[in-house]
Design a protein around this ligand. Structure first.
Ligand code: NAD
Ligand code: UD1
Length: 354
């Protein structure tokens, strides 16, 4: 058995973070989570430990708190039996587009200042391997599809701007000191839940994103789905005219991080990958697939287009396949089945009283 490798996961209590922690534990990594629980619950960490039957070291700390963050890195330098931290997967941040327009300073503080704080602490402790959660939002409205990593970048809202700015900061950092190894992973639309049904997406309040919204309609927490536009008839869209996205199962996405880490450990420098399936599905196709998986009727209304939405977006994931030997294998049916399994077993998410 190989010696276990220790990684810090910021935002590890959140949706993608918790699924990635689970896959890291299954792969034999030691996991140290730093999360301020601004948008999550420590229950997710508890459940990940239960599923994997392994321990996570959890710190309820804001990544902007340099002293506390530094103390965590220090702690892992001490003692002969303790291995030091080899790398960081950085999920921590705020992610709601609409909210970012209303309270941009919170987004710049959490996402930009948080990342700067993390980078400074990593640098001072000589930890220079980083995986960063970026987003397909950095491609703006693409001129052609599928989207490749070298497409032009543009953004339309403060959330997207924080992702693009952080990418630029990381490129500058790597240019100044090539001993940094950095993976910018651009996620398409992560959905679904671990097969166990014990962890999943648990947004606070009314969901902004399609999948959790549909799941809450199916379970009876919300009355119907608003479909934002059925007049997107572009050459990339399906004929039903609803928006098209590249939905990717969160467990496949988590496995993308498992493939990216060892790449960094081989001194890869700065690398950029799309994590998507390469297939576009329409909102209407998804609704029908969710009805089939849940056996429930999902009432819907056609509503006007949502401001800032693009018609269609899907990845060319071939670079990650070639260089990381990673490919998304789970289908839309798997995504619907696993989301439904999580939602029906946990109608109120991680809150007690289910
Ligand atoms: P999430 O909100 O479930 O997880 C983010 C976690 O970060 C939460 O647990 C939150 O409490 C924590 N956090 C926020 N600010 C923090 C701070 N200052 N210090 C410490 N912890 C903090 O979101 P998610 O969907 O799991 O997304 C994870 C990352 O992936 C985010 O950076 C997000 O922008 C990015 N991303 C998400 C999606 C998506 O569709 N979910 C798509 C593309 C990119
Ligand atoms: C959204 C963000 C994007 C972010 C991504 C993270 C916006 C404008 N974009 O992407 O920056 O990186 O989440 O996953 O918020 N839809 C409905 N009804 C709903 C909700 C959504 O019809 O109640 C439709 C949308 O119009 C879109 C599709 O479903 O066509 C997917 O929407 P959503 O899940 O919000 O993701 P994105 O808009 O792709």
């Amino acid at each position: 058995m190989r010696e276990s490798i220790k990684v810090v996961v910021t935002g590890g209590a959140g949706y993608i973070g918790s699924h990635t922690c689970l896959e890291l534990l299954k792969e034999g990594y030691e996991v140290v989570v730093v999360d301020n629980l601004a948008n999550s619950s420590s229950e997710s960490i508890k459940r990940v430990q239960e599923i994997a039957n392994k321990k996570i070291e959890f710190h309820q700390v804001d990544v902007r708190d340099r002293e506390k963050l530094s103390a965590i890195f220090n702690e892992h330098k001490k003692g002969e039996n303790k291995s030091s931290i080899k790398g960081v997967i950085h999920f921590a941040g705020l992610k709601a587009v609409g909210e970012s327009v209303r309270i941009p300073l919170d987004y710049y503080s959490n996402n930009i200042t948080g990342t700067l704080s993390l980078l400074e602490v990593m640098k001072s402790h000589g930890v220079k391997n980083l995986v960063f959660s970026s987003s397909a939002t950095v491609y703006g409205e693409p001129k052609t599809l599928p989207i490749k990593e070298d497409f032009p970048l543009s953004v339309t809202n403060p959330y997207g701007r924080t992702k693009l700015m952080i990418e630029e900061i990381l490129k500058d950092l790597h240019a100044s000191d090539p001993s940094w190894n950095i993976a910018l992973l651009r996620y398409f639309n992560p959905v679904g839940a671990d097969r166990s049904g014990k962890i999943g997406e648990d947004p606070f309040g009314i969901p902004n994103n399609l999948f959790p919204y549909i799941a809450q309609v199916a379970v009876g927490r919300l009355p119907f789905l608003n479909i934002f536009g059925d007049d997107y008839h572009t050459k990339y869209n399906t004929k039903d005219g609803t928006g098209v996205r590249d939905f990717i199962h969160v467990s496949d996405l988590a496995l993308g991080h498992i493939k990216a880490l060892p790449k960094l450990f081989t001194n890869s420098g700065l690398v950029i990958y799309n994590l998507g399936t390469g297939k576009g599905s329409s909102v209407m196709e998804l609704l029908r697939a969710f009805e089939a998986a849940s056996g429930r009727k999902i009432p819907f209304k056609i509503a006007p287009r949502r401001a800032g939405d693009i018609a269609a977006c899907y990845a060319d994931p071939s670079k990650a396949q070639k260089e990381l030997n990673w490919i998304a294998t789970r289908t839309i049916e798997d995504m619907c089945r696993d989301t439904w399994n999580w939602q029906k077993n946990n109608p109120n998410g991680f809150k007690k009283g289910d």
